[in-house]
Structures are given as structure tokens and as C-alpha cells.
Design a protein around this ligand. Structure first.
Ligand SMILES: *Cc1c(COP(=O)(O)O)cnc(C)c1O
Length: 413
């Protein structure tokens, strides 16, 4: 029997005893876990895009992964964990109260539900279908309407749209339950401070969706300190917690009302937005990790990655690269922008993105690639955009090599 056949025989013998593969591999799977991406045939990608939900957003740093794995080993009382995590986060993030949600989208739903039901526990059962006696109008700037409106509408709320300050002042009435602000909106006439001041003069709470708006780290308290009554952040974007976690920060009474509308309360709008103990602990651990970083340190690291990739592309004719930070409030980190003469290097940026996606390993470039002015970046149909901040150590080299291969080949065509 040759060596290969012997190993095959040994493996089937082990399999017969219920021990698949080499005993050492089996032991490895016990401690590190089996690679289910491989087992399921799912491609592991290089994320040169950013914290996009469809690309599973971010990966958790090792300390967060370890905290999650450790939390998975023990049952606890869920209410006690939620309360302790909320109190800890409120202290760390300098706000009155906090709740770990299943993401910023559920933060929007729970926060809206809180505004609709605060001081009226019976209403928790009634929303979204039975709105008798409940306020349900949410004032928003026209430029702040977005896909996440649905998370607010889930509660039976309806939007009242305004553009000017005059329209805003006139929009308040006895049905107004909340005002909503999209922190990373690219336009809108009314600024944050004015928005809050007018709402508070009508005793109406203000919500700010800042889901993707760290770094800077201080944004975790800037908006609650500014006066927003509720602020939500995605846990799985820049903070690098579990993808299905988020933060709802704000006033004590509203956070308490959000808790009433959340899992494990079965008769509530949030029951399907369950947050498991692993996510709660992971979110807290991620905040600890994030607060231990510095804005300058993160920016310097992302610039180093962008520079390393740019250096590898110097030999491509006509190619120019620059590092840009988006001029909106979201994803405020260095991105690498690459341009070249397509008469000379005969491939379009979107075709480059497709090539990189097809390669091994499969690489995802930033979706602003080949698009005009996307995400606050000065991109256009002739620009490749590399998001470097979600790359794992060493992956900048892989991205640079693939870009150079594809562009060099197109330069010879
Ligand atoms: C990503 C995002 C959300 C949703 O966040 P999740 O944590 O995925 O639920 C909501 N609002 C904005 C502006 C976002 O960018």
C-alpha cells in the first residue's frame, strides 16, 4: 500500500469509529472549531471594500473573539446581563443609559417604539397596528430620508418631511412623537444643534442615526452630549463587535422604554430582535477594544496600508494614486483612490473590480469604484477605490499584487 492509499485507509478506519480525519485534525477541530466556510464551500474573501453589511461588515479583533467564545460557555440571567452591560456602557460612553441591540436598525425600531410607548406600558402590546391614542408622527428632513426609514415605520410611525427651518417649526403638533436625524446625510438645511433646540422647545425627543459614524472615537459620546435623546451605532462596523449587535444610547426613561419593547418580552415589537449573551458580551468587549485605540493611530495604520498598495502600482503607466477621507460623517478613514488613462491601460475600474472578485482569493473593492461621488469620496467612472480599513494584517500585499497583475496585463493589451 502506498502512503496515500494507507492514509485513505486509515482515515476511513477512523471514520468508522466516528473520528473523521487524522486524530490531530480532530483534536484541532475540538479546540479551534471546524472551518465551516470550507466545509460549506463558502468563499472567504479579502475585504478591500469597508464595513458593508452584505460583506459581513467587520471582523472582531482577537480580544473580542475570545470574550465571545468565553461567554458562550456559561448560561446567565439575560435581564441581569442586559442591565449590567447597559450600565457599564453608559459609564464608558458618558451617557445616561445604554442598551445592546441586535444592530443599529433594531436600535431605530426600539428607540422609536420607546418614544411611542414611554410612560404607557400597555401600548407596547398595541404597536404597530393599533395606534389609537398614540402619537406616531416623526419629523425628518427630506434629505435625511433613506432605506432605514423602514426600521422607524415598523412601529406604525409615519414621516412628516420638512426642508426649511420654517417648515420644521410648523411641523410640530399633538401627534408628533419624535424627530429623526440621519447623521451622515450628504445634505439638509438644518444642522444638528438647531434641530435639537427646536425639537426640545416642543418637548419632543430627537433621535440621531450615527450607525457608521466612528471613527472618530469621540462620536460615541459627541451626539448624546450635544443633546440628542437617542443615538444608535452599528456594533459590527467601525467598532468591530459582532455584526448582529449595536448600541442604543440616550436618556434613562427612553432606554427603559426600549427595554420593555425588546426581547425577551414576547409580546413586543422587538422580540425578533433578540440579542444573545455572546453578542452582548461581544459588544461590550468591542467597545473596550475600540476605546483602547486612538484616532491618530488608526488613521496612520490605514495610511500605511494605502501607501504600501500605491507603492506596488508605481510601474503601471499613467497611474496616479491619492489617499482620501470621505467628506460625510460615515466611514471617515483613509481610502486609496487610483486613476489611470484607459487609452493606455485598457480596462475600466468596474472590470478591474470584477477581475479581482473572480480571482483567488476573491477580493472585494470599495463599491464607490467606477461611481461618481459615492460615499463622500471624489470618485468617478475612472476611479478604483480601495477600502483598506477592514483588511487583515498582510492582506494589503495580496490586494496590491492582484491590482498590479490585472492593470499590467491591461497595459500590454
Ligand atoms: C449600517 C447602517 C444601519 C444599520 O446598522 P445595522 O447594525 O446593520 O443594523 C442603519 N443606519 C445607517 C445609516 C447605517 O449605515
Amino acid at each position: 500500500m502506498d502512503r496515500r492509499r494507507f492514509l485513505g485507509w486509515a482515515n476511513s478506519a477512523l471514520a468508522a469509529f466516528g473520528i473523521a480525519g487524522h486524530p490531530l485534525q480532530a483534536a484541532n477541530r475540538m479546540t479551534e472549531g471546524e472551518d465551516y466556510y470550507d466545509k460549506l464551500g463558502v468563499a472567504k474573501i479579502v475585504n478591500a471594500a469597508g464595513t458593508y453589511t452584505a460583506l459581513t461588515a467587520s471582523t472582531m479583533p482577537p480580544s473580542v473573539q475570545a470574550a465571545v467564545a468565553r461567554a458562550a460557555k456559561h448560561p446567565v440571567r439575560l435581564a441581569e446581563l442586559h442591565r449590567a452591560a447597559g450600565e457599564y456602557l453608559a459609564r464608558q460612553l458618558h451617557c445616561e443609559a445604554a442598551l445592546v441591540t441586535s444592530g443599529a436598525a433594531s436600535g431605530l425600531t426600539l428607540g422609536t417604539a420607546a418614544c411611542m410607548t414611554v410612560g404607557n406600558k400597555a401600548a407596547v402590546h398595541n404597536i404597530p397596528a393599533d395606534l389609537a391614542g398614540l402619537k406616531n408622527e416623526v419629523i425628518v428632513q427630506k434629505a435625511h430620508r433613506y432605506d432605514y426609514d423602514h426600521a422607524v415605520r415598523n412601529c406604525g410611525a409615519r414621516f412628516v418631511q420638512v426642508e426649511t427651518m420654517q417648515e420644521y417649526e410648523a411641523a410640530f403638533n399633538g401627534r408628533t412623537v419624535m424627530t429623526h436625524f440621519f447623521n451622515a446625510a450628504e445634505s439638509g438645511q438644518i444642522g444638528r444643534e438647531d434641530w435639537i433646540r427646536v425639537a426640545h422647545s416642543h418637548a419632543v425627543p430627537c433621535f440621531n442615526d450615527a450607525a457608521a459614524d466612528v471613527p472618530p472615537i469621540s462620536n460615541l459620546w459627541n451626539y448624546t452630549r450635544m443633546g440628542f435623546d437617542l443615538v444608535t451605532f452599528s456594533g459590527g462596523k467601525g467598532i468591530r463587535g459582532p455584526q448582529n449587535a449595536g448600541l442604543l444610547l440616550g436618556k434613562k426613561d427612553l432606554i427603559a422604554a426600549a427595554v420593555e419593547n425588546n426581547s425577551p418580552h414576547s409580546d413586543s415589537i422587538g422580540r425578533g430582535m433578540k440579542v444573545a449573551k455572546e453578542q452582548i458580551v461581544g459588544m461590550v468587549a468591542a467597545v473596550d477594544w475600540f476605546l483602547a485605540q486612538s484616532d491618530a493611530g488608526m488613521e496612520a495604520e490605514f495610511r500605511r496600508r494605502a501607501d504600501r498598495i500605491a507603492a506596488q502600482l508605481k510601474s503601471i503607466p499613467t497611474l496616479e494614486s491619492k489617499v482620501e477621507i470621505p467628506n460625510v460623517a460615515a466611514n471617515v478613514v483613509p481610502h486609496l483612490l487610483i486613476r489611470y488613462d484607459q487609452q493606455r491601460v485598457k480596462i475600466s475600474p468596474t472590470a478591474v473590480a470584477a477581475e479581482l472578485r473572480r480571482g483567488t482569493p476573491s477580493i472585494e473593492l470599495n463599491p464607490a469604484t467606477g461611481k461618481k461621488q459615492a460615499g463622500g469620496l471624489p470618485s468617478d467612472e475612472n476611479t478604483i477605490v480601495v477600502g483598506v480599513w477592514m483588511l487583515e494584517p498582510g492582506e494589503d500585499v495580496i490586494v496590491a499584487k492582484r491590482l498590479r497583475e490585472v492593470l499590467a496585463k491591461a497595459a500590454q493589451a
